[in-house]
Design a protein around this ligand. Sequence first.
Ligand code: FE
Length: 290
Amino acid sequence: MNRTVARIVEGTPVNEGEGVLVHRPFPSAQGLREFDPFLLLDEMGPLELPPNAAKGFPDHPHRGFETVTYLLSGRFEHRDSYGHAGKIEAGDVQWMTAGSGLVHSETPETEFRKTGGRLHGFQIWVNLPKRVKMMAPRYQEVPKDRIPEGKSADGKVTVKVIAGEALGVSAVIDTRIPIQYLHFTIQPGASLEHPFPKSANAFAYVFAGAAVIDCQRVEPHHLAVFHRNGESVKIEAAADASEPLQVLLLSGEPIGEPVARYGPFVMNTRDEIEQAFADYRDGRMGTIAH
Ligand code: FE
């Protein structure tokens, strides 16, 4: 049986970092339980940036979870308090496990800032279970041409498999808990059925074209949250849409542990949050040399 839709949530426009416009369907006042193990979904832009207008996210810490950046347009660079640095370009994915903690910056790449251009992408936060919250930080950086792609037999559905598997193709990224992070492109009038375990939480975020899911129309910047009442979902691209449907399908096995969350730290208890603040303040997560 295909899952039914519990509700449709519009992404709230929020200014993050130095003033980057993001659409954020969650977290919201309604809580997080139905998204577990995901903590946040931000769509950055899309924005057409004039020269020297691009903004970023200067030095800030993280502990206890993972941040996943997937860029569709634009170029970012990042560096952290362990001396790690690199660039993220259109189509690339950076899966960063903050674990025990680090300080990093995510800023527009110098040349992109200078020339301006289109900025569009996603950052999601994935929680870590207690047993690995304090693991050593690690990066999985996958350039565009190493993100596996799948295609349906009739060619009307394509998928980029960031985590998990779809249309017979498996991701190269390794996750701490079972997660699927899939970017589908579906031609108007075509549809897709995708399976996952009954126990997983799942939702679909539309960012181009329009979808019909469980008889409801879902427009860009909207998230359809599925009930946990089936082992597959069906997503249809609206036949009258002027462009193909582009949708992120995310699912994960709920962790089911208490969540103590404050800003950039996500732990299990208040004491652990206070410890994270103390460790950050006293420089135990390091600093970035400027
Ligand atoms: Fe960050």
